[in-house]
Design a protein around this ligand. Sequence first.
Ligand SMILES: Nc1ncnc2c1ncn2[C@@H]1O[C@H](COP(=O)(O)OP(=O)(O)OP(=O)(O)O)[C@@H](O)[C@H]1O
Ligand SMILES: [Mg+2]
Length: 287
Amino acid sequence: METDKTPAGQSNMAQRMQQLAEQEQRIRERVAAIRHTILVISGKGGVGKSTIAANLAWALALRDLQTGLLDADIHGPSIPLMTGVRGQTTTGSADVIYPVPVNNSLKVMSIGFLLQDEQAPVIWRGPLRSNIIRQFIANVEWGTLDYLVVDLPPGTGDEPLTVAQSFPHADGAVVVTTPQEASLEDCRKAVNFVRAVELPVLGVIENMSGFVCPHCGKVTDVFGRGGGEQMAEQMNVPFLGRIPLAAEVVALSDEGQSVFTAEVPVAIKQAFEAIVERLVCDKEESG
Ligand SMILES: Nc1ncnc2c1ncn2[C@@H]1O[C@H](COP(=O)(O)OP(=O)(O)OP(=O)(O)O)[C@@H](O)[C@H]1O
Ligand SMILES: [Mg+2]
């Protein structure tokens, strides 16, 4: 890329650098009152990142931990729907946005709240997108939180990179995959992405791992099974557990409920619960 060496170009560049530095400072100040930050990422779209981020946040909030859930996916913001607050608007000003409360312990922020028409595609050019994401993160006033769960955009491109780099002091990232080889391949990339941004890999979750027939209870391995665990072992990162494919999970997400706040087959609840336990136990013990 050519640099504009004219006085006007240089002054634009200086202005831009200053703006970036201010944004970074604001992000640092805003996240200072957050005890733990967990990023949820995946190498590929549609593997259940938002579902897992939302259920994790519900689980933490139900333990009376002050929890924030940030939907950082500007193309497919799904967290407002999954937490039952779609259509709500945020309060605040141009520089400060307050997240939307779901209950006393859980609040959510999504770029979806800021879009006038949620169904319109978001078409912003690359650099502008990164800037909007950073500005968005810098402007959210969470207050004091025990946990912030961040649902990243899918993949390992510019946008997830911008988000991940906005949380350099995060506890780390959870990588979600499905069991089929194509997804595992992307999952390896995602693990390497987390390492490249110098964050700890908290572990791998294998989602959509086996389908429990609601009629006969027989388990069918639609996408295979166990690949996530093997991959985690090969890459020397923790394996957090597997979650089966279940129709109830889709229905609950669409209704703004979680597996912890609604009636679901015990196997599903246990699968999520075991993962949450593994993720938060040592953190709560160490403070
Ligand atoms: N264990 C599961 N059983 C059944 N359906 C599931 C499960 N996990 C996720 N889903 C469903 O799969 C779809 C994709 O899930 P989700 O939106 O959480 O994925 P994502 O990785 O966030 O996708 P994107 O990359 O588009 O953001 C949703 O309809 C969700 O309800
Ligand atoms: Mg998503």
